[in-house]
Design a protein around this ligand. Structure first.
Ligand code: GLC
Length: 416
């Protein structure tokens, strides 16, 4: 695991493909029979990328406070966004966009100092050899399995195609910081030959971080849509849509408010994770205005509060402080994210350590008192803080508490 990844905190996920033309669900709509395969692919002639401005995308991502982005180079529908020579379907050959959309994305991200991530679906519901694994289940989906015995030669051809596309992605676009896989679930690690794949990926891109959707051969967990209530083990990233869909759907207006996006972000980093916030550009490359606004909002808040965000570690449990928090790498500073107006005062308990100072990030001091702390008691007592008047951030106020030594957390029931 490269150290940049757990320190980056915010990434932008981009689901962009022919599904944006009519606003159907990405890939799943034909797999689930909501639409036919042919109807789904009748969107291809409408995919123009005519307003695609990756410089503008990257500038927006940068302004949002994101440190990396992950673009769907190929979703489950099999439409590659680059000029693949390994397969027949791409934005170059199959859509009026007629060009490779990955190179300018990579160049723009690099130009703005952002890390480059590629989403790639292992499975490909368009490739004729993908469904060469046999199934006796008469209900098995025909895009995933064939009826009857496995066609071994067919699967070998599919793996050769899969590796060939990954070779293109890993060797034609310069360094790739993050390989974000998806769609591993229809085959096991052995059938995918995941170990061999992982070794191969590292030979091509020695510094790439690889997500978990590798049947056990990835670097970090990717809980999706439902935010963890307790943090997963090890490094992780919570991926979530801005409305209810990964890609652009004009009928979906269930946008999370900018304030709620900020809340999700702080709750995620407070548990030590990254937020991979998804947006779905329209077929021409326009980012929906709601998403643009949310990203700008995030950036406006993060910028003056960067110290509490980047490079931080998970904070303290929410039974110690009723909100998210982070801590510094040396464990001596605790950053509390105070939502709304605590009407003058708020508390902190269960923290073992002596406070040296409590301030806002601009240095304005807070007054504080300590209660119930004594040598005989395992409960470390509690603190009450008073916020200086007129200093509340309109969204979330950050309180910085510096301890003499790295603090620790007490989670016991107390004693008589
Ligand atoms: C799911 C879906 C997919 C989406 C992905 C993002 O695995 O299959 O459509 O791209 O989640 O995490």
């Amino acid at each position: 695991m490269q150290s940049w990844f757990p320190e980056a905190k915010l990434g932008i996920f981009i689901h962009w493909g022919i599904y944006a033309v009519n606003g159907t669900t990405e890939s799943w709509s034909f797999f689930n029979g909501e639409t036919t395969y042919d109807e789904y692919f009748s969107q291809a002639p409408g995919f123009t990328a005519s307003q695609y401005d990756p410089e503008d995308w990257a500038a927006l991502f940068k302004a949002s406070g994101a440190q990396y982005a992950v673009l769907t180079t190929k979703h489950h529908d099999g439409v590659a966004l680059w000029d693949t020579q390994a397969g027949a379907i791409s934005t170059v050959k199959s859509t009026p966009a007629g060009r490779d959309l990955i190179t300018p994305y990579v160049e723009a991200l690099r130009h703005h100092g952002l890390r480059v991530g590629f989403y790639f679906s292992h499975l490909d519901w368009s490739h004729p050899d993908y469904a060469s694994i046999g199934s006796d289940d008469p209900a098995a989906n025909r895009f995933a399995f064939r009826q009857g015995p496995t066609d071994d030669a067919g699967w070998e051809r599919f793996l050769a195609f899969h590796r060939a596309q990954l070779k293109e992605l890993c060797t034609q676009f310069g360094p790739v910081d993050l390989l974000w896989f998806d769609g591993d679930w229809e085959r096991d690690a052995e059938t995918w030959r995941m170990k061999e794949l992982r070794d191969q990926l590292h030979a091509w891109q020695p510094n790439a971080v690889i997500n978990s959707r590798m049947q056990g051969y990835g670097d970090y967990a990717t809980p999706e849509q439902g935010m963890p209530v307790v943090p997963p083990e090890g490094p992780w990233e919570f991926c979530v849509t801005h409305n209810d869909n990964w890609g652009w759907r004009f009928c979906d207006t269930n946008w999370k408010s900018p304030q709620y996006v900020l809340r999700m972000f702080l709750e995620t980093i407070g548990m030590g994770g990254n937020l991979l916030f998804d947006i779905g550009p329209m077929e021409d490359g326009t980012i929906p205005s709601e998403s643009r606004e949310a990203l700008e909002f995030l950036g406006r808040w993060i910028k003056p509060h960067a110290e509490a965000v980047y490079g931080s570690r998970a904070g303290v449990p929410t039974n110690c402080f009723y909100g998210p928090s982070t801590r510094s790498q040396d464990g001596k500073t605790l950053y509390l994210f105070v939502f709304g107006d605590p009407r003058g005062h708020f508390g902190l308990r269960g923290i073992k350590g002596d406070i040296v100072s409590a301030t806002l990030l601009d240095g304005t001091p807070l007054t504080w008192k300590r209660f119930g702390h004594s040598d005989w008691n395992p409960v470390p007592g509690a603190y009450e803080f008073a916020l200086p008047e007129g200093k509340l951030d309109p969204e979330v106020t950050v309180v910085k508490i510096v301890f003499k030594e790295p603090f620790s957390v007490y989670q016991g029931p107390g004693r008589d």
